[in-house]
Design a binder for this molecule. Structure first.
Ligand code: ADP
Ligand code: MG
Length: 239
């Protein structure tokens, strides 16, 4: 097992944004967290990436608790919902900079950058300013940065939000290729199509609670579409 989340809670003042969620993610799995706006997806990802402390609960990666931040950080990559790269640096310079934060040697960064840019099909943008990239290419740069230190698991927070349909499909192909490299992927989305297409398993998150975890196929059972299943699984606020 790659990732263990057990009874995770997050309270902001007196608002419980995560009400005790639990799930496990296997190695090389694509695990999707599907939930509407405000469900708690970003809150959860910020805890998994050691960016925020949980109020209570257990999170372990490869059996190491996230309290051991120094051991966890090299194992994880994070693509936040907002862009975090430097707009006035080139693609290559961004990778060099973020690689240096992990104390990687220059030569290692160079080799990794070349591999990743090829995998993500942005080699031809190596020397372009990040600010000059299209929306889809900017997302790819964010993903490239998350991969620079060769993490075991990456967290993607709504990776295709605000990206045009053609670029979205290209991003899906890239996510599949990253999985083929043996990287475990957890991503949050409110798009049903990509959850169904990409995920080995999906957890439905509603108001800080997981209401179902299963393969897309099993979640759909008894419904015509995943959308119908999803709508049903996120309603019944008072169930
Ligand atoms: P999602 O990513 O699924 O849209 P978020 O995790 O961003 O959801 O937010 C979950 C809930 O927690 C929302 O109701 C949001 O308003 C609230 N929330 C998020 N961050 C904070 C914060 N720093 N302080 C107070 N409330 C917050
Ligand atoms: Mg969010």
């Amino acid at each position: 097992m790659m990732l263990l989340v057990k009874n995770l809670k997050k309270k902001y003042k007196n608002f419980l944004a995560l009400k005790g969620i639990s799930y496990e993610v296997n190695k090389s799995e694509i695990f999707g967290i599907l939930g509407p706006n405000g469900a708690g997806k970003s809150t959860m990802i910020k805890i998994l990436t050691c960016f925020q402390k949980p109020t209570s609960g257990i999170v372990k990666i490869n059996n190491i608790s996230i309290d051991e931040t120094n051991k966890i950080k090299p194992l994880i990559g994070w693509v936040p919902q907002e862009e975090t790269f430097y707009a006035n640096l080139t693609v290559k310079e961004n990778l060099e900079y973020f690689g240096s934060l992990y104390n990687l040697k220059k030569l290692v960064i160079k080799k990794r950058s070349e591999e990743i840019l090829k995998l993500l099909e942005i080699e031809n943008k190596t020397n372009s300013l990040a600010s000059s990239l299209s929306g889809g290419m900017k997302r790819r740069l964010s993903i490239a940065i998350a991969l620079i230190h060769d993490p075991k698991i990456i967290y993607l927070d709504e990776p295709t939000a605000g990206v045009d349909p053609v670029s979205r499909r290209a991003l899906w192909e890239i996510i599949k290729k990253i999985k083929e490299k043996g990287v475990t992927i957890l991503f949050c989305t409110h798009y049903l199509d990509e959850a169904e297409l990409l995920c080995d398993r999906i957890a439905i998150l509603r108001s800080g609670e997981i209401t179902a975890i299963d393969t897309p196929k099993k979640l759909k059972k008894g419904y015509k579409t995943l959308e119908e299943a999803f709508i049903n699984l996120i309603k019944n606020e008072n169930k």
